[in-house]
Design a protein around this ligand. Structure first.
Ligand code: ADP
Ligand code: MG
Ligand code: MG
Length: 907
């Protein structure tokens, strides 16, 4: 006996057995569409009888270079016989003809990539039978011409325009605007004309043998798997090419058999808001594709309640049934034939981030899924969307129904962007400088385009996938982007792009949604979604129950800290003290401190800075009442606080020219003074100059060389702590030394720090509980954390510097340079500055945690680099057993969810 290639909808059990009961494998075998049709049939949802030819058959067909595997066609015919028995209709029989559709369906949905042929089984004979049976000649010829058209287009490759031209002509001749107004005779003549076109274009007669029709249609679906469109789509979407497509043959049901017939599409919940309310569109007296094609104005599904109440009631029940079965919101296609409802497709519904969150939360309350499932179902990216501008769902819906949605592509970088189309980087930059909003559109991008991409609000490309240059750059700079929009034809010569029949010229407005990968014509209204969304709050509170990793924040100012608290932060993992130094009222004192020649000058400058710092810390402590605040002592090289050498040289040249032209003595004196001052600064800048400041005099090295700096900062911290503690605030400062490489650095700093802390606490008569610790951001520190832990009661990974020093690359240079190429070529899977390099940097972290805790079991370990907000890195931190991740306030909600995912997935 040959292999089984064909499964009737009611043979799902056998398919399961064939693949060993694995549900994913069933979908792989029968495709998403085929599996769901069979599943619906199994749970008693009305599905027209049918069967599915497997992806294995497709793969065998393609591998053999185009012949059906042994036994397949026979099995397909047998399955048809079974359907005949079930329906009482006969394929190709004039009396009561069976008509079927031939539908493609791969494991993963590939929207619009492969095709469907409806009404297979019609020919000049069966048409007559159908007319006798239905008494509706108009309907029958409409169905017949559709077959010729779809068969011609999908199976034989006749361009659809050839058929559409005729339709337009006939409509004009008859003086009507829509197809519904066309008479039976008109459809009859259209059918004839279609057949003529078919013959002219293919040099063949339209096949009147239904079995030939079915055979060729099956083959066409198989072949469409390797069609250019489908291959491009899979390349872009990262879907494997060896999956193959299944073919489902489904008994035709007709929504165009009068006013008690209808066809429609629906979502079991609102896909924009997530509200638990069926949402959809339908048309009475119409066939399936009419709803999607937008040739007729569709009606809102709520209208069906009154128009076809019985069918609607049943539909509502089925929708609930399907949700109960799939535990997911469903996107369905249905047809009502003379009052009888048939389901033609179901799949998980697409939804916005807000809807995803609300649906997950609601389904828990409805008892459909557990809290764990709900938390796992929402992605960190979806939470992220609550923090970015998005298109107003109403505006997007209107654009869609108004035919302004141009195309769909890959959603590679989230957010909504509105701007004028620009096809070239230089122009994008120029227009942006003029204050225009632009969207950079290219077939694909190259390193030369980066300046234009930076100037643009968003990026759109017709080629490329998730790891294309455009996608990587867009994500890196947080620009919304849609790539791989294959239906977009960009004509660089004419400076325009075409999508189907729409032409968009350079300078025209478009809107792109990088969150879902949609492209619209015109300007869509945007809005910032509400982080206080009640469903999001609920979901994140569940996430908090599951996660074991703390989520802290990086905050330098009280307002950042307040925001972070609102987002759910549980501490400050990094307060960068130098940010405070850059403020205009403080910078002069900092510069004075750096320029000081005498210790007395230096200590005066530092004294002037002290009150500022104290105030800053007091503010943070107040906001963070009862929570840890980790304060890092000054980190950057001092030259960063001085003007650049280039600026100074230019200023000096200017001054000298003015000096030459100065007439009055007073002016000359003034200018001379300025020149001397600048020269002094220049000298200091030159003396501070380092070939590689990243590896130079910075971090703890500054504190060692200028202990007064450490003393001032420590004093500010403790004075502030004592002050607010007296106000009744629960202060928990932790002082962190940056860039430690040797334990002796820590020993020295600790002595200075403890002494000063003691003095302040005695002065103020207050006891403050504090911790002393260090960043681990150099490989040597990571490898010697056992020694370090003798002196540090906490460590915090600075994974930015740790990545730079582990890889031996400087971030700024690498990201602007070779890193993109490294990722494009697959040398690096991710940007190591976005996602922690597990094998290298991650290994160092692991060693540090293990060695550190071996010496000091309770060693508090955290991370304060930007990686602390990256879901993949958070998973690694969870595995390493860190106590917390600390990230920017805006990443806190995402980190809460990602930490819960890490905990739940590990279980
Ligand atoms: P797609 O994947 O592009 O949606 P489908 O295979 O779902 O393609 O079919 C296209 C259209 O034809 C849909 O509207 C579908 O509901 C309709 N259709 C498919 N098979 C049948 C059938 N047997 N009877 C009636 N309508 C059908
Ligand atoms: Mg469909
Ligand atoms: Mg650092």
């Amino acid at each position: 006996m040959s292999e089984k290639w064909v499964y009737l909808f009611n043979e799902l059990d056998q398919a399961e057995k064939h693949v060993g009961g694995d549900w994913e494998a069933v979908r792989g075998l029968l495709g998403g569409k085929g599996t769901n049709l069979a599943e619906m049939a199994r749970i008693g949802v009305p599905v027209p009888p049918g069967f599915t030819v497997t992806t294995e058959a497709c793969n065998a067909y393609l591998a053999s270079g185009g012949s059906f595997p042994e036994g397949m066609w026979e099995q397909e015919k047998e399955a048809l016989t079974a359907i005949q028995a079930e329906t009482g209709k006969t394929f190709g029989n004039r009396e009561n003809p069976l008509l079927v559709s031939c539908r493609s369906g791969a494991k993963f949905s590939m929207p619009g990539m492969m095709d469907t042929v409806l009404n297979i089984g019609l020919n000049d004979e069966t048409v007559k039978g159908m007319i006798e049976l239905t008494g509706d000649e108009r309907f029958v010829y409409d169905a017949y011409r559709r077959l010729v058209q779809m068969f011609g287009n999908v199976v034989m490759g006749v361009p659809d325009e050839a058929f559409e031209e005729i339709l337009t002509e006939v409509r004009k001749k008859q003086g009507v605007r829509t197809d519904t107004e066309l008479t039976a005779d008109a459809w009859k003549s259209v059918t004839e004309k279609f057949k003529e076109i078919f013959k002219r274009r293919t040099k063949l007669d339209f096949p009147d043998d239904p079995y030939v029709q079915l055979k060729l249609a099956t083959e066409a679906v198989f072949k469409s798997w390797n069609g250019k469109r489908a291959v491009d789509y899979r390349n872009a979407a990262g879907i494997s090419h060896d999956l193959g497509t299944a073919v489902s043959i489904v008994t035709m049901v007709f929504g165009n058999m009068g006013e008690d017939s209808a066809t429609g599409v629906a979502m079991t919940r609102n896909g924009s808001t997530g509200e638990n309310q069926i949402e959809g569109d339908y048309l009475t007296n119409a066939q399936g594709e009419d709803v999607v094609a937008g040739i007729r104005l569709t009606k809102d599904l709520t209208q069906m309640k009154t128009e076809l109440p019985k069918a609607y009631a049943e539909f509502e029940q089925i929708a609930r049934r399907l949700e109960k079965h799939y535990h997911e919101m469903q996107d369905v296609e249905f047809t009502i034939e003379k009052g009888k409802l048939w389901m033609l497709q179901t799949r998980d519904g697409k939804r916005t981030a807000q809807a995803a969150v609300r649906i997950a939360a609601d389904m828990v309350e409805e008892g459909l899924i557990t809290r764990e499932e709900a938390v796992l179902r929402v992605t960190p990216e979806q939470v992220d969307f609550f923090l970015h501008p998005q298109f107003d769902p109403e505006a997007a819906k209107m654009a869609r129904t108004g035919g302004n949605m141009l195309a769909e592509g890959l959603n590679v970088s989230p957010g909504a962007a509105v701007g004028m189309v620009v096809f070239e980087a230089d122009l994008a930059e120029e227009w942006a400088k003029e204050g225009k909003q632009v969207i950079m559109v290219r077939p694909e991008t190259k390193p030369d385009d980066v300046h234009g991409m930076l100037a643009a609000r968003g990026i759109l490309t017709s080629r490329g996938g998730r790891t294309s240059h455009a996608a990587l750059v867009a994500r890196q700079f947080g620009k919304p982007a849609v790539v791989g929009v294959s239906s977009l034809e960009i004509d660089m010569g004419r400076r325009q792009m075409a999508v189907k029949d729409k032409i968009i010229k350079e300078g025209d407005w478009i809107s792109i949604d990088g969150t879902v990968g949609e492209v619209y014509a015109g300007k869509l209204a945007t809005m910032i979604p509400d982080i206080k969304d009640p469903w999001l709050r609920k979901l994140l509170s569940w996430a908090d129950e599951f996660r074991t990793l703390g989520v802290w924040t990086n905050a330098d100012y009280p307002h950042d800290a307040r925001r972070a608290l609102e987002y759910g932060a549980e501490g400050i993992g990094l307060c960068r003290t130098e940010h405070m130094f850059f403020q205009s009222d403080r910078l002069p004192h900092v510069q004075k401190m750096i320029m000081a020649d005498l210790p007395i000058e230096r200590s005066e400058a530092l004294k002037a800075l002290l009150p500022f710092q104290r105030e800053d810390f007091a503010g943070l402590f107040q906001v963070m009442n009862g929570l840890t605040v980790i304060i890092r002592l000054i980190d950057p090289p001092l030259h960063e606080f001085l003007p650049s050498q280039v600026d100074l040289l230019r200023d000096l040249a200017d001054l000298k020219i003015r000096l030459q032209h100065a007439g009055k003595l007073k002016k000359i004196d003034e200018l001379l003074g300025k020149v001397r001052n600048k020269e002094r600064i220049l000298k200091r800048v030159e003396s501070l100059h380092e070939a590689n400041p990243m590896l130079g005099l910075r971090g703890v090295r500054l504190g060692i060389l200028i202990p007064e700096l450490t003393i001032m900062q420590v004093r500010a911290i403790f004075e502030a702590a004592c002050m607010v503690s007296k106000e009744g605030v629960d202060v928990r400062p932790e002082i962190m030394i940056p860039l430690t490489t040797h334990v002796n650095e820590l020993k020295k700093q600790r002595e200075v720090l403890e002494a000063e802390a003691m003095i302040v606490m005695e002065e103020r008569g207050v006891e403050i509980n504090y911790k002393f610790g260090t960043m681990i951001e150099l490989p040597r520190a990571a490898l010697t954390t056992d020694q370090i832990a003798e002196y540090a009661s906490f460590i915090s990974f600075g994974t930015n510097d740790l990545t730079q020093t582990t890889f031996g690359i400087s971030r700024d240079d690498a990201e602007a340079g070779f890193l993109i190429e490294y990722m494009e070529n697959g040398i690096l899977p991710d940007n190591p500055f976005d996602t922690i390099d597990r094998d290298g940097v991650g290994e160092l972290m692991k060693i540090a945690v293990e060695k550190g805790r071996a010496v000091r079991p309770g060693l508090e370990c955290g991370i304060c680099g930007e990686h602390g907000g990256d879901p993949q890195s958070i998973a690694l931190c969870h595995e390493l057993g860190l106590n917390y991740v600390s990230c920017s306030p805006f990443r806190v909600p995402i980190a809460r969810l990602a930490a819960a995912h890490a905990a739940l997935r590990k279980k």
